[in-house]
Every structure is written in C-alpha cells, then in structure tokens.
Ligand binder design. Sequence first.
Ligand code: ZN
Length: 419
Amino acid sequence: MYVGIDDTDSADGMCTTYICSVIIDELKYFGFNVIGYPRLIRLNPFVRFKTRGNGALSFKLNVKGNGEVQKVKDIVLKKIEELSRLNDERTSPGVVFYSGEITDSLQSYSLNIIRNIISIDEAEDFAKDIGAEFFKFKKGRGIIGALAAIGCPNTDKTYELLAYRMPENYGKKRLIDYDSVFKMNNSTYPDTFDNVDGDNSYIAIEPHTPCPILYGIRGESPEAVLNANEMIKVCEPVEKIAVFQTNQHTDMHLVKAGDISKMERYKCYIIDGTVKDYPFTFEGGHVIFILSDRSGEIHCAAYEPTKEFRDIIRKLAPGDRLRVYGSIGERGTLNIEKINIIELAEIYKTENPLCRCGKRMKSAGSGKGYKCVKCGTKLRNGVKDSVEVERDLETGFYEVPPSARRHLSKPIVRMNRKL
Ligand code: ZN
C-alpha cells in the first residue's frame, strides 16, 4: 500500500516532511512495516499555489486485510487533520492511498506534474481511473502532488537527511556549529553536496524559514547522509532525524526544448543556442544576454542572487555556443540554472598597425596614416590590424551557487555520475 501526502504546510511554519515523519513513527508504533525510505518528491517549481519548496511525500508499507488498511487510513488522516496548517488560506492538503502497481501511466502522470501544471479535477479523474483512493481537506489541491509522489520514477535519486528542532525552538535562531559543517563537507563531499557555498562563506544546510527543520544534508546514499550527520555539532536539542529518498538534484524538471521558438512560460528546459550579443548588466545587478537559434531567440538571465555566477555570464561573447539549463518565468525570460559552454567564439579587436621595430604605431592625424613614436617610421597608407582577443573563459559547465539553486537542479558534481 502506498500513501501520498501533499500541501499540508504553510509559509509561516510546519512542513510536510515533518508531518510525514510523525505519521510514519505512529504507524511503526502500531506495528506497521514501512518499507524503505519515505520519498520527498519536488514538483514543478512554477505551481501557482505552491507553499514553500513545493515537495510532496509518499511511503510504502505492508498491510494485510481490510482491517489493517482501514487502520492505516485512520492514523494517517487523523494526523494530517491534527498537524496541517488548515487555517492558512493557501494550505489545501490532499492524501492518496493506492494499492496497485506503479504502472508506466502512473509514472508518466508524475513526470507531467513535475514538468507541467494540471488541475485538481484532472488529478481526480486520473486517481479514479487507476483505482486510487483520495481524501481532500478544504479544496484538496494536495491530491495532485500526493499521487505524483507515489508514482515518481526513481531512475535517478538522491537522499536528504532532515534534523528537526524541538517545537519550543521553532522560529528562533538555529544554533549550528558552522566549523563542524565545513569539516563534514571536507570529509564527505561529493558523496554529500550543497553543504556550503562555493566560496565557503555560507552554510547551505540551514533553512531560513521558521519551519521545524534544523538542517538538511543532501547526498548520494542513506549511508552518506547518516555518516555526515554524525559530524554535525549543534547547540540545541534535535527532536529527531529522518532520511528521505528524493528526486532533488536530478534535473527531472527539465525537458529538451529542440527549438527556442517552441519554449513556453512556466516550464523548465535544456536548450542549445548561440550567444547573440554581449551580456548586459541591468539595475539591481541582473545580467541578461540573448540566446538564438534558427527558430528564434530568448533572453537568458542570471539574477542578482546568483552572485559570482554572473561574472561567468558577463564573459560570454557573440558567437559562443552554449547549452543552457533553466526555467521560463512569468516574463518569458529563461532563468539560468547552469550552462555548458560548448565552444567559445574567436573574438577580434582592431588595433593600429605594428611598426617594423615591433612597436604599435600611433595615428598621425585624420587621413594622415600612422607614425611610430619610437623610431619615427611613417605609414601613410597603413591599415588597422585585426588582433585575436584571448578569452578569459573556458568551455564546460558553470552553475549558480547552492544558495540560488532550485531543489530539482542537478549540481555539476553529479552530472557525470553513472545512474
Ligand atoms: Zn618603429
């Protein structure tokens, strides 16, 4: 039996992962056998009514007979009612129970939810088709993601360990020993990743919302995140920890666009193209350039929060061939998550002619050619040289820092990992 849960949290606190983990503890207390790790599935980052990270949860358990099935439903629904932020107008929980096979069509449904946006009615119709039972609280928008969390393929996956705070500390400053985080990162990266920012000035495991999470460690395996957790020192009690299998850091939200002209707003893409003009820095520090292909062109943006990543974007030049990974927001601009520079264009600048003595000549005045200030040579009909400019940039992958990264974005350190 699979259980899927979504949209129980709110912007001012609580968190669906926490509710899920409380439910699993309760089920275990009543003797139920929860199989494997619960799953935290991130959905389309553009869902309009998203609460915070837009993640849905699911888990699998062994049940025998209708009595046990009913008992599981009772426990799950009671806890959702108890712990959900039902008074938050945007919170709209949904729970799905499903006892069938994870079919291709269920997997396709999940990928569709991760990449597109559908209505509650469409999700309900699909749930009825496959014989899944759903429970809606308020509008029950959560059933869309709850079903997606059950059916999400795990061809690529990572793990996240979450440490939860004592309720009396919610909203207070988190007391994490930052030195221990740097040490943990040094000895466990790249089996764990996104612990600290590239320039080591920022701790990325710590959330900045009043939620129950003290910190989260992302990694390649349950062993990696559990081992890393042993190295973290904190100066406040940890209520409990939970490990989730997740589609975070897998690029599952991205689809290959093919042509720029076919790209749509509120979707996430991988697109190849050529830089059309020199990047431009706008007020607020946002850097924009135009990417083009045979079919059209699109503005690509590295916004201010992407920090030092903008320095790379500023070095791009017309003719550079790129593969861009990103999402198209409300304004139709492609918000860059990472780029792969396939080929750098040769850039030339014009300079005054070189004198036979080796010195660059000076203009002798309008229409009078050039003269050498060193040896006095004059060149009445001299023409300007075209000189290749050395590029201060290399081909390959560049990504935004962890602080600006989407949950679903695959870090470069994972790009060449075998699945
Ligand atoms: Zn000279």
